[in-house]
Design a protein around this ligand. Structure first.
Ligand code: UN1
Length: 513
C-alpha cells in the first residue's frame, strides 16, 4: 500500500492512528470502545476510531439544537456560500479523499475520484438551490387576502450511510440539508469510519474559517445501535438512511412510531433488458460495468440481464469474452478493473449465493471463486461470475452485494421482459437496450418499468446527481440529490394574510356576533 502513498493521504486528511469518533465540528471527543478500520485491499490495519456513547450523543444533540438557531437565521444564499467553500475544499482534496475511499472501501481509484466528484457536483447544485427554495403563491377566495406557501428548515437531520458510497451519499443529504437551513448528525458505516472522519475534518475547517458555531455538521460513530440514537430521537425530525432493506424496515418503523419522517434508499435488484435490436457493444460495456463496477456493491449494480432469445447466444459469448479480460486486484492500481469486496462476510455471502443458485438449478457460465495468494491476502477478492438462471429462483429475487450477474431469457414481446424485470421486490434502477422507439417508450410508459430510475441505452448504475435518486417498493420510496428532492428536508407552511378591516370566513360561512 505504501506504493500508493496512503500515509500521505491520511496526513492530508487529518487522520491519526487513533481518532476520536464524535464531533460537533472542531470539537472532537468520544468515550465508547474503539473501532478498527482495516483495508480490504491488503488486509492492513489503517487506524482506530472511538465509538459514540449515549452521553456523547446527548452532547452532540445539544450543540446541534443550539446551532440550528443560528444557522436557520442565516439567509439561504449565505448558507449556500458555505457549501460553495466546502466544494472548493473538496476540489483541493479530491485526490487524497479519492484514495482513502479506494483504500478503506476497496472500490477502484477512478471510482473513488468519481465519488468525490459527485460530492463536488452536489455542492454546486446546492449553491444554486440556495437561491431557489421556492414556494408557490395562490389566489385566495376571499377579497383582500393573500395566500402563499413557504419552506422552513426542519431542524436536525440524521444521516445513516452505507459503506459502498462512504462519502458521496452523506454529501447528497448534507449539502441540501445545509442550504435548507438544517443541521446534520451523520453516522457513517462502521466499515468505513475513516472516510467519515476525513469529511468531517474538511467541513469543520470551512465552518471555523467562517466563525460559525459548533453543531452545524456533527458526526457519531459505531454500529446500528448508534444509528438507533437517531431513529428513536424525537428531536431528530428527519432520518435519511441508506443501506439494506432489512435495516430500512427497522429504521422506518422506529421513526414512524414517533411520527417522524424518514428518507429511505435501500436495496435494488436492477435489470437491463436486451431487445432484438440492441447495440451489442453498448450493451456489453453497460452490463459489465454495471455488474462488476464497485465489485457489484452499488445499490444500482446490474444484477440481472434479461435477454431476448434471438440475442441470447451472441450476448452470452460477448460477455464471456469480456469477463475473460477483467483484471482483478489492488483497486489503487489503475490497470485493474475489479477490487475486493468490503470484508470476508461479504465474500461468504457471495459464495452462498453461488451455491444456492446451483442448488436451484442454475448453470454457472463464468465461474466465480475466491482468489488467494500474492496480492489477494486480505481474502476479500472474488471472481465476477455469470450465472444462467430463472427470474423466479429465490436467490435471483434477492440482492446479493457482489459481482454476480444473472443471465435470464425472454421470448416474444418486450412486455414479457418488462414483466420479469418488475417481478422482484425491489424497484431502484432499470434499463433497456433498444433502437426501437416503440419498445423504449413502452418501457418508460405507465405500463413499463416500476423503478425510480429507468434508462434507455445506458446501464443501471452511474446516475448523475441532477436527477432525483431513489426507488420504489422495497427500495424504500425516498428520493435524494437532484430535482426537487430538497423539499423533504424542509417543512411547508401555508400562510394566509388578510389586509382588510373585515373578517370574511372561507367557504362563505356566516358567523355574526
Ligand atoms: C448507491 O449505490 O447507493 O448511480 C448510490 C450510481 C451512483 C450512486 C449509487 N451515482 O451508481
Amino acid at each position: 500500500a505504501q506504493n500508493f502513498q496512503i500515509q500521505e493521504a491520511l496526513e492530508q486528511l487529518g487522520i491519526q492512528q487513533e481518532n476520536n469518533g464524535t464531533s460537533t465540528g472542531n470539537h472532537w471527543f468520544g468515550s465508547g470502545s474503539m473501532l478498527s478500520s482495516t483495508s480490504p485491499v491488503d488486509g492492513a490495519f489503517i487506524a482506530k476510531v472511538s465509538t459514540s456513547t449515549k452521553e456523547d450523543y446527548e452532547q452532540v444533540v445539544e450543540k446541534a439544537q443550539e446551532a440550528f438557531k443560528t444557522w436557520r437565521s442565516l439567509p439561504a444564499p449565505q448558507r449556500g456560500e458555505i457549501v460553495r467553500q466546502f466544494g472548493d475544499k473538496l476540489r483541493e482534496l479530491k485526490e487524497p479523499l479519492g484514495k482513502l475511499v479506494s483504500y478503506e472501501m476497496g472500490k477502484s481509484y477512478q471510482e473513488g475520484l468519481g465519488e468525490v466528484q459527485e460530492m463536488i457536483d452536489i455542492c454546486d447544485f446546492a449553491v444554486g438551490l440556495s437561491r431557489q427554495l421556492h414556494g408557490l403563491t395562490m389566489h385566495s377566495e376571499r377579497p383582500g387576502h393573500r395566500m402563499y406557501e413557504q419552506y422552513h428548515p426542519m431542524g436536525i437531520v440524521g444521516i445513516i450511510s452505507a459503506f459502498n458510497f462512504p462519502v458521496a451519499v452523506w454529501s447528497w443529504n448534507t449539502a441540501l440539508a445545509w442550504v435548507c437551513g438544517d443541521v446534520c448528525i451523520w453516522k457513517p458505516s462502521e466499515k468505513t469510519p475513516l472516510c467519515g472522519i476525513a469529511c468531517q475534518n474538511i467541513i469543520a475547517t470551512v465552518l471555523k474559517n467562517n466563525n460559525l458555531p459548533e453543531g452545524i455538521s456533527c458526526i457519531i460513530n459505531g454500529d446500528y445501535k448508534v444509528g438507533e440514537f437517531l431513529s428513536q430521537d424525537n428531536r431528530v425530525p428527519l432520518v435519511s438512511a441508506t443501506g439494506s432493506t432489512r435495516m430500512g424496515k427497522i429504521v422506518a418503523q422506529t421513526v414512524a412510531g414517533r411520527l417522524g419522517k424518514s428518507l429511505l434508499e435501500l436495496g435494488g435488484n436492477n435489470a437491463i433488458i436486451v431487445t432484438p435490436d440492441a447495440d451489442i457493444k453498448m450493451t456489453v460495456i453497460g452490463a459489465v460495468f454495471g455488474a462488476v463496477g464497485t465489485a457489484g456493491q452499488r445499490c444500482t449494480s446490474t444484477r440481472r440481464l434479461i435477454v431476448h432469445e434471438s440475442m441470447y447466444d451472441q450476448v452470452k459469448e460477448a460477455l464471456v469474452n469480456a469477463y475473460g479480460q477483467l483484471k482483478i486486484g489492488n483497486p489503487l492500481d489503475q490497470n485493474n478493473h475489479v477490487g475486493p469486496l468490503i470484508d470476508t462476510d461479504a465474500v461468504a455471502n457471495y459464495q452462498n449465493a453461488l451455491d444456492q443458485a446451483v442448488k436451484e438449478g442454475a448453470n454457472i457460465l463464468v465461474l466465480g471463486g475466491v482468489l488467494e495468494g500474492n496480492g489477494y491476502t486480505s481474502g476479500c477478492y472474488v471472481k465476477p461470475a455469470i450465472v444462467e438462471a430463472k427470474n423466479e429462483f429465490k436467490i435471483v429475487q434477492q440482492e446479493t452485494f457482489a459481482p454476480i450477474l444473472y443471465l435470464l431469457r425472454y421470448t416474444g414481446d418486450v412486455t414479457n421482459a418488462i414483466d420479469q424485470q418488475n417481478n422482484v421486490a425491489q424497484g431502484l434502477s432499470s434499463a433497456i437496450m433498444t433502437n426501437n422507439l416503440r419498445e423504449a417508450e413502452r418501457f418508460l410508459s405507465v405500463a413499463g418499468s416500476d423503478c425510480g430510475i429507468a434508462n434507455v441505452n445506458i446501464g443501471t448504475s452511474g446516475a448523475e446527481i441532477g436527477g432525483a435518486f431513489g426507488g420504489e417498493k422495497e427500495t424504500g420510496g425516498g428520493r435524494e440529490s437532484g430535482s426537487d428532492a430538497w423539499k423533504v428536508y424542509m417543512r411547508r407552511q401555508t400562510n394566509t394574510i388578510n389586509y382588510t378591516t373585515e373578517l370574511p370566513l372561507a367557504q362563505g360561512i356566516k358567523f355574526n356576533l
